[in-house]
Design a protein around this ligand. Sequence first.
Ligand code: SF4
Length: 354
Amino acid sequence: MVLSNRINTYGQHLLHRYGERVHKIALDAGMTCPNRDGSKGVGGCTFCNNESFSPNGRTPPTLQEQLASGRRAILKRTRATKYIAYFQAYTNTYAKIGQLRALYQEALADPDIIGLSVGTRPDCVPTEVLDLLEEFRANGLEIVLELGLQSAFDETLRRINRGHGLAEYIATATAARQRGIPVCTHLIVGLPGENEAHYHASLDTVLDIGVDGLKLHPLHVVKHTLLAQEWRQGQYIPLERDDYIRIAADLIERTPEHIVYHRVTGTSPKDILLAPEWSSQKWNILNGIERELRQRNSRQGTACASAQFSPDARRSPIYRAIQSDNRPINRAPTAGLGSDGQSWFNLEELRHVA
Ligand code: SF4
């Protein structure tokens, strides 16, 4: 399986930019979240048990210890010696700017750390944070602002107690990109009350606003969350594995080639994952998505009208493959939001362009 032959992956993107492998080290900086401490809301998002994306639990080791153990683990798996410090757990812009500067600089003090990926909420990125990230970027560091949007539908965001709407995302993503700060947007497939029309419309909305990277993953039901209660009571039914693979492939095909996929699935620790059970098998899902695209003789951007190629994208295997087989790029299928706020979407058209 070579996923990067069909998807513009972050790993390939960094390899082409730096001429060597660069890996992310996930960090828990001991932050909290305004959707948990009462400033935006309490209880957090209905699916959120933060252990599900923090490898360190909730009493994190020091940043230096985490960086050292992350490096050891990556070195065992690959020969990578350059890293991105990925501030992952909770909301990593939710602190005074002086604290944030000190935190980020602590990670950047190691010369092998060539940049930062900062995960946060769209409503928690004040101007001073953008100034700081812009400053780092101007100094030649690799910077990505990762914004958790999850869905472009305000109704869904309310239902999952997200505590922000699409408007905050538009404002932050636009402001960041105007300063040259790349934005990677997180979308979840399988949120309560959503269907395929929603996933496609959310992707379209994010693409229309402008984005540099994407992360997709299926919704996980994890312990100690409101979603877990809904699932136990039969009010929430998780996606099936094959449906996720097919939908992810559909979304990838409709994403322009120059946009970097940082992730096309995600896992939760086994000790807290309740459902869907298949989501714990990351490589099985990645293989499934690659196989699906291969069987369709397809790849990222195949079903996209608005292909634009950055200098980085032009060096990517996907770009070269498209050029060499002269495959026509089809018109984008029709999907979007109606004036009544409902999504409209032509599934048949999607199938045919694929
Ligand atoms: S914004 Fe992130 S950290 Fe905060 S409650 Fe939601 S998922 Fe959890």
